[in-house]
Ligand binder design. Structure first.
Ligand SMILES: NC(=O)c1ccc[n+]([C@@H]2O[C@H](COP(=O)([O-])OP(=O)(O)OC[C@H]3O[C@@H](n4cnc5c(N)ncnc54)[C@H](O)[C@@H]3O)[C@@H](O)[C@H]2O)c1
Ligand SMILES: [Zn+2]
Length: 568
């Protein structure tokens, strides 16, 4: 994606039933721009409904008319253009649209689309029957057709999840996105070439086993092939991804790599922590054997931390180690999991029990992928970002305080800065203590002692990791205060920032069937694998940006802090 192109139009794409036409009309009204719906134009021009064109002349003819209509539409300026659900699949259309407009994709779950198309009058005015959905089992047909187009929708500059939103709310979101994207002007490629420095580099990780760059940026995916070649990577690439991420970005990444001259295979696993185990590792080994993968070939981990850990474990062990690239797509993976080379899988008796330290050859974080990350996952990721400020960088913490609203809106420039800085802090720590032997890496566990206790005591069902870390950090700060280390205003500043990002900062005794026992939490904390002997090594704060490690914290103090955090 190149945002430095000349942008004169706004293009609204997405599957049928996402409200493209109505939203485009509402946006045009608010911006005082022209509105154009390519399906409507075709109907006007031919004097026939779309379904009839399909029936009488076939889909081929319709696509031809669509291409021509899009070509004409793109010649206009200041126009909000709603395009047919399948138009963006055509590479010629995409190229033309991307050249002249910002492309916003409207997303919705298949069930929502079904409801809207077949039950809700408000969404029906879009060009009558969708011929491709006329079928005995329309919901299944929606699922299939949408899945087949998903990678094309992922090429949009911005994605809006419309489930639960009204037309006017979606229109507001489109306008907000277009403002954010226009404000962002990526640094000039020519300037970069002249200075000889790759300005996409957020930091370097320097360890005894490997030195590697971490690239962070908005719209840098297109440069993946070049960066891999610069890192002296050649050979066949095997992309390992999960179903969610692959459906969004798999074919885009594959295409970029092929254009750069790499041969590409892909292996897709189901999404979720349950996949991070030896059974799936063996399936992947079988695939690599079957494809005659060699030692100089490359593994790419495309996904969140789960995929990164699993694919990295494969890279570490197959043929005694292969080159590999981390392409994190979740916030947790960008600022935490993709940096530092901890790879592994879970055992039925415990998380991450089988693994290795095995550094990647490069990390490339395309921040744009965060626009499709589910909201709760995104919020959860901010906890680790805030943690990095709290343990090592007061100025960064203040940057987060100042920009929280714009960061939550994923404003490209600020988002890139926050992720780059957070990744750099993690990189600095792991560079000093690659294998967690010298204690320096321990500071990354700020908030994690209580977090692991909470997660284990609720069978990993109630909290996302970042949510537990947020509560754990509040606990650790309160503990620091009780021990006379940290002033109360710093405790409050930390709590306030976590809350502004939408993270939990207190404990509720019960949610659903998951009752929380504080004794259970402390017991689980003591069983945590990070505890050496009996004393827990507490990572505490002396100030924002300044940690201290203490092994002499009385159990009663911890219990008192937890009790204090339970909501009345
Ligand atoms: N190696 C390390 O140092 C380290 C550090 C922290 C966490 N981890 C591991 O990372 C995992 C947690 O990472 P996570 O939170 O990324 O979980 P995850 O990989 O399970 O991703 C969370 C969900 O988001 C989806 N997703 C990811 N990117 C997306 C995108 N751009 N658009 C839409 N959906 C997307 C995934 O499919 C998944 O459903 C755990 O297994 C944890 O043990 C490892
Ligand atoms: Zn963590």
């Amino acid at each position: 994606m190149k945002l430095d192109r000349r942008i004169t139009n706004l293009i609204i794409t997405g599957f049928s039933g996402t409200g493209k036409s109505l939203v485009a009309k509402a946006v045009a009204r608010r911006l005082n721009w022209d509105f154009l719906d390519t399906d409507d134009e075709i109907v006007k021009q031919t004097g026939k409904p779309i379904a009839e064109i399909f029936r009488q002349d076939g889909e081929g003819k319709f696509r031809e008319l669509e291409r021509e209509t899009i070509r004409k539409a793109c010649q206009q300026g200041q126009t909000v253009i709603a395009i047919g659900g399948g138009a963006i699949v055509d590479p010629q259309n995409y190229e033309l649209l991307a050249k002249t407009g910002l492309i916003v994709c409207l997303e919705a779950k298949p069930e929502t689309i079904y409801e809207r198309l077949f039950r809700e009058a408000a969404y029906s005015p879009e060009t009558e029957v969708r011929p491709l959905l006329a079928n005995d089992n329309p919901l299944e047909r929606i699922r299939q057709l949408k899945a087949s187009r998903q990678s094309h929708y992922a090429k949009a500059d911005w994605t809006i999840h419309t489930d639960g939103l009204s037309i006017s709310e979606v229109a507001e979101e489109v306008i907000r996105a277009s403002r954010l994207l226009r404000r962002y002007t990526p640094s000039n490629d020519k300037e970069k070439a002249q200075s000889g420095i790759d300005k996409d580099i957020a930091c370097l990780v320097e360890t005894a086993t490997q030195n590697y760059p971490v690239f962070v940026g908005y719209g840098l995916l297109d440069r993946l092939g070049g960066k891999m070649k610069k890192a002296a990577l050649s050979g066949t690439v095997t992309i390992i991804s999960d179903e969610n991420v692959c459906s969004l970005y798999g074919s885009k990444v594959e295409g970029i790599l092929k254009d750069a001259g790499f041969a590409v295979n892909s292996f897709v696993v189901p999404a979720g922590e349950k996949t991070k185990n030896m059974d799936y590792a063996i399936k992947i080994y079988d695939f690599l054997v079957e494809h005659r993968t060699e030692r100089d070939d490359i593994i790419i981990a495309l996904g969140g931390g789960m995929v990164g850990d699993l694919a990295g474990f494969i890279a570490a062990t197959f043929l005694r180690g292969m080159p590999w690239v981390q392409m994190p797509t979740s916030l947790v993976a960008m600022v935490d999991a993709s940096i530092g080379g901890k790879v592994g899988v879970n055992h039925t008796e415990g998380k991450n029990l089988i693994g290795a330290f095995y550094q990647p050859n490069l990390v490339l974080a395309e921040c744009q992928t965060l626009t499709t990350l589910p909201w709760r996952e995104l919020i959860s990721g901010w906890a680790e970002v805030i943690k990095h400020g709290l343990i090592l960088d007061k100025e960064f913490f203040e940057f987060l305080e100042t920009n929280v609203d714009r960061l939550k809106e994923l404003e490209p420039e600020l988002l890139t800065r926050a992720i780059a800085r957070s990744a750099a802090i993690k990189a600095q720590v792991v560079s000093q203590d690659e294998k967690e032997r010298e204690g320096k890496r321990t500071i990354l566990n700020y908030g994690h002692t209580i977090a692991h206790g909470l997660e284990a005591a609720t069978q990993y069902k109630r909290f996302l990791h970042g949510e537990a870390v947020a509560i754990g950090m509040v606990g650790a700060a309160k503990l620091s205060q009780r021990l006379g280390l940290l002033p109360s205003d710093a405790v409050e500043r930390q709590r306030a920032l976590l809350q502004k990002f939408g993270l939990p900062t207190s404990l509720r005794a019960k949610r659903g069937n998951l009752k929380l026992s504080l004794v259970g939490v402390t017991k689980a904390m003591e069983l945590d694998k990070k505890v050496k002997g009996k004393a827990i090594r507490w990572v505490l704060l002396q100030d924002i940006g300044k940690v201290v490690i203490r092994s002499d914290v009385p159990h009663q103090e911890v219990l008192a802090v937890l009790q204090d955090m339970v909501e009345p």
